[in-house]
Design a protein around this ligand. Structure first.
Ligand SMILES: Cc1cc2nc3c(=O)[nH]c(=O)nc-3n(C[C@H](O)[C@H](O)[C@H](O)COP(=O)(O)O)c2cc1C
Length: 202
């Protein structure tokens, strides 16, 4: 297990171009999506949605507003992870999540006092952050079965939301992750030493 995880972590890199002759199977796509589904979210409210963009002409249009990055059109599956915007405790989606988990009143009050006081901008930023956890898990899951990916923020949000036909009253786009099979060999990983980024408080 430990070895498998380590292998996946070393296999994953921000792949810049995929082999567009290779497709991800439905079974592998489900495996990747499942890793997103099982990811943790604050209060467990799962305020994300995964769009799988397969349409080649939409991908072409998205690439044009994403710094012309070739990952978009060469990917087998382009996943756009969006965050839900209506996440105040009075919103029906949150009420149904509370009910689903049978949250006691104390937790509902905690949520209300912590979330409802935020303005829209702060709320969206809190929601968008959750997406990155799901995205990271999806990329590691993909790597564990030999599938490459690239996390992407390099795009014009409004334009991509329009191209997706996203209902922006409900959703905001946080992250694009193209998945596929690498065309070129993996470059070496550049990472600082652990001792430079870890401190212990004893
Ligand atoms: C939130 C986020 C956004 C990123 N956006 C892009 C992007 O738009 N295009 C790209 O090629 N790489 C993007 N990257 C990839 C990083 O540049 C890459 O992960 C980093 O340089 C380390 O390289 P590695 O992942 O290959 O180890 C992004 C990474 C993250 C975490």
């Amino acid at each position: 297990m430990r070895n498998d995880f380590e292998k996946a972590m070393h296999f994953r890199h921000a792949c810049k171009i995929f082999d567009n002759t290779k497709s991800i199977s439905d079974e592998d796509l489900s495996f990747i999506l499942e890793a997103g589904r099982l990811s943790p979210s604050s209060f467990g409210v799962e305020h994300w949605h995964f769009f799988v963009i397969e349409n080649p002409s939409i991908k072409e249009e998205i690439q044009k507003v994403a710094w012309n990055q070739a990952q978009i059109t060469t990917s087998s599956k382009l996943i756009a992870i969006v965050y839900k915007k209506k996440v105040r405790s009075t919103d029906s989606y949150i009420q149904s999540e509370f009910d689903k988990f049978e949250y006691p009143q104390m937790l509902r009050d905690m949520y209300t006092n912590w979330i409802d006081i935020r303005d829209d901008k702060a709320l969206y930023s809190w929601s968008a952050k959750q997406v990155y956890i799901a995205g990271a898990n999806m990329m590691t899951a993909a790597a564990s079965i030999g599938i490459d990916s690239c996390p992407m923020e390099g795009f014009d949000k409004d334009s991509v939301e329009k191209l997706m036909g996203l209902d922006t009253a409900e959703y905001g786009l946080a992250l694009l992750i193209p998945f596929g099979y690498r065309l070129n060999p993996q470059p070496s990983l550049h990472r600082s030493d652990l001792k430079e980024m870890v401190s212990y408080i004893n």
